[in-house]
Every structure is written in C-alpha cells, then in structure tokens.
Design a protein around this ligand. Structure first.
Ligand SMILES: [Zn+2]
Length: 161
C-alpha cells in the first residue's frame, strides 16, 4: 500500500467515527464501524445494557418486555441503532428471550465462544460489535435457526405505517 492509499484509508476511518450518530445505515452492503472507548460506552449505555453489549452478559429470561412484543417494526442495536431484525422473523421460542429465525442481511457478525464449556455461536452487531445473543440450530423453518437475543440489547421501533 502506498502513502496516498494509506492516507485515504485513514481519512475514511475518521469519517466512520463521526458518522456514528447518523441514522441507521440505509443499506446493509456498507456498514461503517462504530468504535467507542470503554468509558464512552459506559456513559452511553445503562449498566444492564453495558453488561450485555460490552461484556457479553446474559439478561435473566423473561426480564425483557420485548420477549412479548408483537407489533410490526424493526429491532435495532441499542448500542448504535443499526437495524438487526424485522418483526416478521420474530417468533415465540418459549425460552423467555426475544427470538428470531433470521437477521437482516449483513447486520450480524459471529464467533464461537466456550463460556458454557460446549462451543456456542455468539453473534454481535456488525457495526459496533455489541454482543446480542447466541444462535442455535433448533429454530423454525425456513432457516432452522434460533437467534436467542438479549432484549436489553435491542430497541424496538414500531412501523409508523
Ligand atoms: Zn450496534
């Protein structure tokens, strides 16, 4: 990489930082990362939100009103407002956590964790890397996936129409 390319890259990273407060990305094809310091996250989030989003905590089952949310709308990341799930993919898994069978395209990243000894697939917001939940293979058709999400990590935006 030559110097000019490097400067262009650095400039675009700077732009990404300032775009963090902007509206949710219109397209899932290009997601600018949101990077804040630990102190900034603590300031932005409630203690419960911080524990889940930044420390991969898990809220108690049944503790989120979003588990029972049935309105039409979009579920956004509480950390950065990126739309993660449409209400049309939400279903009642009976677990006490909001559950979805499919995320919006490009909205999530995944990694494997071993916190419960057996490997699980952790998933997080593709923009701010905030932890959302775990995905399992016992979901309903058409995907057979169960995205088991912490309600505190989501913000529900009802469809105005
Ligand atoms: Zn996010």
């Amino acid at each position: 990489m030559d110097r000019r390319h490097l400067m262009t890259l650095l400039a675009s990273m700077g732009l990404a930082k300032s775009a963090e407060a902007a509206a949710p990305a219109a397209s899932a094809t290009k997601i600018e990362p949101v990077r804040l310091t630990d102190a900034q996250w603590k300031q932005r989030l409630s203690p419960a939100q911080y524990r889940v989003l930044r420390k991969e905590g898990t809220e108690p089952p049944g503790s989120s009103a979003l588990d029972r949310e049935k309105r039409v709308g979009i579920y956004q990341c509480t950390g950065c407002n990126l739309p993660l799930f449409a209400s049309s993919t939400k279903y009642d898994s009976g677990t006490g956590w909001p559950s979805f069978y499919q995320p919006l395209p490009g909205a999530l990243g995944t990694k494997t964790d071993f916190k419960m000894l057996l490997p699980r697939t952790e998933y997080h917001c593709a923009r701010c890397e905030g932890h959302q939940g775990h995905v399992f293979s016992d979901g309903p058709p058409p995907t057979g996936k169960r995205y088991c999400n912490n309600g505190v990590a989501l913000t529900f935006v009802p469809d105005a129409g």
